[in-house]
Design a protein around this ligand. Structure first.
Ligand code: TMP
Length: 218
């Protein structure tokens, strides 16, 4: 079995850049690496992503939203993540089940038992070995996210960026709670450092995790 690393954080925390840098670093060391993201990661789930992030869909019912994330995840796990892990790859995934806990439970207020049930159904026992939380102030993250959306071509993926500041604060607090509750799995890093500083701390933690897991297997 390979090694599964998820990246989490609020909008604009810098996950995407850090995943790319870690992927390059691990590939140079000779590892087989798969970079993917949620919602999305394969054709069917990318179509669901378009519905989920479309700013025209502001009236989406919270349960409909939750079911769409679960549907996208079920497809992504079975088509991409599970086969990659079974073939021994390191999978780096931009958001996973903890995003559903932070956004749909802490953010939207859906009860945790419902979220946990859907996450379990969608994942079929696949769980991250390590979760990197890039924590940052919500005004810093939202400003970065807005700049990225303004300069992107194609549909404006900003349904979440249009949420109130209180929503983003609840999401951030939800992630911080998850990090406190799962200290073995979580690595929390401060997203206000330079790109190079953050990537160096993440690489150090990931290499330690890989070493420990190969020791555990032997
Ligand atoms: P991204 O901007 O990091 O690609 O993430 C897409 C958006 O989807 C982001 O606003 C967080 C949100 N999201 C959820 O609300 N629940 C989930 O389960 C996932 C994976 C993402």
């Amino acid at each position: 079995m390979g090694y599964f690393i998820t990246f989490e954080g609020i909008e604009g925390c810098g996950k995407t850049t850090q995943i790319r840098l870690l992927g390059e670093h691990l590939s140079l060391l000779g590892h087989r690496v798969v970079l993917t993201r949620e919602p999305g990661g394969c054709q069917i789930s990318d179509k669901i992503r378009t519905i989920l992030l479309d700013a025209d869909n502001l009236g989406m019912n919270p349960l409909a939203e939750l079911f769409l994330y679960a549907a996208a995840r079920a497809q992504h796990v079975s088509e991409i993540i599970r086969p990659a892990l079974e073939s021994g790859c390191i999978v780096l995934c931009d958001r996973f089940t903890d995003a559903t806990i932070a956004y749909q439970s802490s953010g939207r207020g859906i009860d945790r038992a419902t979220i946990d049930l859907l996450n379990a159904l969608a994942c079929q026992s696949i769980e991250p070995n390590l979760t990197v939380l890039i924590d940052c102030e919500i005004n810093v993250g939202l400003n970065r996210a807005k700049q990225r959306i303004d300069s992107a071509t194609g549909p404006r993926e900003e349904r979440f960026e249009l949420e109130a500041l209180e929503f983003h604060q609840r999401v951030r607090n939800g992630y911080l709670d998850l990090a406190r509750q799962n200290p073995e799995r979580y690595f929390r890093t401060d997203g206000s450092g330079t790109i190079e500083q953050i990537s160096a701390t993440i690489a150090e933690r990931v290499l330690k995790g890989l070493k420990d897991s190969s020791r555990a297997i032997r």
